[in-house]
Design a protein. Structure first.
Lengths: 86, 86
């Protein structure tokens, strides 16, 4: 693994970890009205496609980052559905 | 360009285009309170790192997707700052 891989991992960790405060926020305040349902839907399909792409080009940072992002995104999508009337 | 590149471009187009309805939503409703400032900050640094990574591994879909995402993200961050008291 060379230094370029570490930049990829750094990027993947940040874009993934960034969703943790967003997950906490929607669940804590029981509100997700400012989050666009279209953003969530299209972003979810997009991140899933990145995961497939990562597997195909056998790129470790892309696979891990997008798998973890999908995991966190599911919590935001569930909050958006549960609190849709808040 | 092979078919794997097209999956990467498809993924990049989706994760990038997904931010368009989110930009429209925050500006239209003049509210971004449900968006985590930490998410925006960390995600912005992360996407910028992906852009650098894309340049380093000379990966066309990663560069274009992340450059466009940064562009859209700036509009959301500006809305978050302007409407922070809404």
């Amino acid at each position: 693994m060379n230094w370029i891989n570490y930049i990829g991992i750094f990027a993947g960790v940040l874009t993934t970890v960034s969703f943790i405060p967003q997950v906490i926020k929607v669940w804590r305040f029981k509100s997700a009205k400012d989050l666009s349902a279209w953003w969530l839907l299209i972003f979810f399909i997009g991140v899933s496609s990145w995961l497939v792409y990562g597997f195909l080009i056998i790129d470790f940072p892309i696979v891990i980052a997008n798998a973890a992002t999908i995991f966190l995104l599911i919590f935001i999508i569930i909050a958006k559905i549960i609190y849709r009337n808040n």
